[in-house]
Write a protein that binds this ligand. Structure first.
Ligand code: FAD
Length: 694
């Protein structure tokens, strides 16, 4: 069709491939709007809402839809940014769409004067993000049935009217780098859809996600503009949300959200089912410090889930919903010029029918900043550019423009210094930035994400208590700037409170530790459970080999606890081999008493190899010990069909272990290195080699 007016143009953006953010610097969690789905059915489908995206586009007059598959919020953020840009620069009528909210049989009726964009993260072992599972199952299905399949003129190319763009978020330290975007792109093309421009790929492993995205989107916009005859115009900031101050309510009013995750919680009846949309406010039954060194902390927590319907299986993950520290909330509130009205009640509404407010309202500025925005995370260069329009003076404006447009300058001044948004604004000008509309913050900052922890207990041994093993994050930059992990420092503060320690944090973080309206008093944290595929063999007599240095040992504590319990019950338990590594045995050799206790039940079947990297000149890591035990390892794998597990650092350790195992196989079985790598790949695809890495 001839496209002559902007309004006719729909950008069908197929955003495939938001690769999961798995590095240390990554914020982990279910990104999806945790607040919007209180009344979802078992599949997360919201009652009374259409699942027909074409109908929704039609109703709301959209010509560009941006689908996202997001786990940690980044893909969702990129989708919002594309939507904003499409509208402000090219006059597109854009909407963003959570992949989980719609059905896809009617993709074949996508009007050819509209455009779809797909922003897709890849998660874990090349998996779709939780919200993209159904879409992915559909599009890759052997027998995909589109709505008009029966009467299609060209049955081979049912999607030929679909024009799309695609960007993936991935991590090159994973074997299945950006497979979501690559596969979705492949399937769409197979069905005849037409991609506009290149499918972009962002690499979190290389730390270039944001720059990859920025570099991809400019040529993408040119192609889209050309294809649909769009004219670029001077981008003007248009708020997505209307924020209204409510004089009729105060922060004490019963209907005002002060951090409660949803209506049930506000009304004081925290009801299940508990899931990624509805956390359980769990008591922490016990908390302990695992390290003996003064300058580093590692926490062991026992989270009591007996008052909930939550269940877990050994190897699952628990998600913790964090709270920003008071120090950072104050810093943000001050620089944003919101000091005077931090407890003023606000209503927030989407100015467009398709815009979703990412937290419950009415609420207060303080609440939004404390509970809902990722105010401590890395700053986006594009966001600084957007905010330049609201700088307190011309000098600050010019500096913001420079930071927003000069990649190297931004790297030098902001990224390499690990500044958060308030620190970056303050660096540019310490005058209050009160001209920034609050909507810009809601749009430009990620929603705070729950963080995941590999459960370090066995569900057979303690079904109602979930153990967490978490190292407290703290980074010091060269010039002495300190970055404190959001969640782990909050957990540390809870532990201090439980132990009656008033030892204030050296950086004065001061958390609102009793939660909204004191609802988390008595040491509580909001949690949910995420099931994983990282599982013990169902037959306990099968041998297992586990590689888990540092906190990577977390799930293996659960595995060993489980096998010890089975052995104590008289079950036949196979060889249980654990490789653990840390700095020094008297500093960070965690769970020594547990290993001892459980080795009594398991006897000779429990073998532990320990690498202490800082006890001798040459650094010794688990990979070295693995190599040393080559004969035993190969024998266990080849003859006794052992399962092999790796947990912990994704960037270096997991890859090294993979390669070490391939070397062992090559040497012991007399096959080429290449073939040995294939053997390992085969083990992965058969579920014999399993990873739980971050
Ligand atoms: P965050 O605030 O999220 O900070 C984390 C990192 O982000 C920082 O160290 C820094 O590198 C970067 N960062 C933060 N702010 C900035 C900034 N302004 N600029 C630039 N960079 C910045 N951890 C465990 O300890 N034990 C486990 O068992 C465990 N299991 C996990 C299982 C899974 C499946 C996943 C995905 C992760 C797991 N993690 C585990 C990691 C955990 O989820 C958290 O990422 C970790 O605890 C840090 O969270 P935080 O909120 O304290 O730190």
């Amino acid at each position: 069709a001839q496209l002559d007016t902007l309004d006719m143009i729909v950008l069908a953006v197929i955003l495939l491939g938001t690769a999961a953010y798995f590095t240390k610097g990554t914020l982990w969690g279910i990104a999806k709007d945790p607040y919007a789905a209180a009344y979802a059915d078992a599949n997360g489908h919201k009652a009374g809402k259409t699942r027909n995206f074409l109908e929704k586009m039609e109703e709301t007059g959209k010509n560009c839809i941006i689908f996202y598959g997001s786990q940690t919020g980044t893909a969702e953020d990129y989708a919002s940014r594309l939507a904003k840009e499409g509208s402000s620069r090219f006059g597109l009528k854009t909407m963003i769409a959570d992949l989980e909210d719609y059905d896809y049989e009617n993709l074949d009726q996508f009007p050819d004067d509209k455009v779809a964009m797909f922003v897709l993260a890849t998660y874990g072992e090349g998996e779709p993000t939780d919200n993209a599972v159904e879409f992915y199952e559909f599009i890759k299905g052997d027998d995909v049935q589109f709505s008009k399949s029966e009467e299609a003129e060209d049955p081979e190319k049912p999607l030929k009217s679909l024009k799309y763009v695609a960007f993936g978020l991935g991590n090159n330290t994973y074997e299945h780098y950006n497979v979501m975007v690559r596969n979705v792109d492949k399937y769409l093309i197979k069905f005849g859809a037409v991609r506009i421009g290149e499918a972009g790929e962002g690499d979190d492993g290389a730390g270039t996600m944001e720059e990859d995205f920025l570099a991809w989107k400019e040529p993408m916009w040119s192609h889209v503009a050309e294809k649909f005859n769009l004219e670029e115009r001077e981008a003007v900031y248009d708020p997505v949300f209307a924020v209204t101050e409510r004089d009729d309510l105060t922060a004490d009013s019963a209907t005002v959200y002060l951090g409660e995750p949803n209506k049930n919680h506000l009304e004081g009846q925290s009801k299940g089912p508990y899931n990624s949309h509805n956390p359980y406010i769990a008591p922490i039954a016990e908390s302990d410090e695992l390290f003996t060194s003064k300058d580093r902390n590692c926490l062991h927590l026992e989270v009591d889930i007996s008052g909930s319907n939550l269940t877990y299986q050994t190897g699952d993950h628990i998600a913790v919903w964090p709270t920003n520290s008071g120090l950072e909330v104050d810093r943000f509130i001050n620089i944003a010029g919101l000091e005077e009205k931090r407890h003023t009640v606000i209503g927030v509404k989407g100015l467009d029918a398709t815009a979703r407010v990412p937290f419950p309202t009415p609420t207060t500025y303080d609440t939004v900043v404390r509970y809902h925005m990722e105010i401590c995370g890395a700053v986006s260069r594009q966001f600084l550019d957007t905010l330049s329009a609201f700088a307190p003076d011309e000098e600050a404006k010019a500096e913001m423009k420079k930071l927003g447009t000069d990649k190297d300058y931004f790297q030098q001044k902001v990224s390499s210094q690990y500044l958060n948004i308030a620190q970056a604004l303050k660096m540019v000008s310490s005058k209050p930035w009160s001209a920034i509309p609050f909507s810009a913050f809601i749009e430009g900052l990620n929603k705070i994400q729950p963080r995941y922890y590999s459960i370090s207990s066995s569900s057979q041994a303690q079904p109602k208590k979930v153990s967490i093993t978490a190292v407290v994050e703290e980074i010091k930059t060269e010039n002495g700037h300190v970055v404190k992990g959001v969640t782990t420092n909050y957990l540390l503060a809870l532990k201090q409170k439980q132990h009656g320690i008033s030892d204030p944090d050296p950086h004065g973080l001061n958390y609102a530790i009793n939660g909204p309206r004191n609802k988390y008093d008595g040491i509580h944290i909001p949690v949910h459970i995420r099931h994983s595929n990282f599982k013990l063999p169902s037959d306990p007599s099968k041998p297992i080999i586990m590689i888990g240095p540092g906190t990577g040992v977390a799930p293996f504590r659960g595995f060993v606890q489980e096998r010890a319990a089975q052995a104590a019950k008289g079950e036949k338990v196979g060889k249980t081999v654990l490789f653990f590594g840390c700095r020094k045995r008297d500093e960070d050799y965690i769970y020594q008493n547990d290993w001892k206790k459980w080795s009594e039940a398991l006897g000779d079947n429990f073998v532990m190899h320990t690498a202490f990297s800082r006890e001798q000149k040459e650094k010794v890591y688990v990979q070295h010990l693995l190599k040393k035990a080559a004969t035993e390892i190969n024998e266990l794998l080849e003859k006794q069909k052992a399962n092999f597990y790796v947990c912990g650092d994704a960037a270096v350790m997991a890859r090294d272990v993979n390669n070490t195992l391939a070397d062992i196989i090559s040497e012991k079985r007399g096959v080429s290195k290449e073939n040995a790598q294939d053997v390992v790949k085969g083990m992965r695809s058969r579920g014999i080699y399993q990873e739980d890495v971050w």
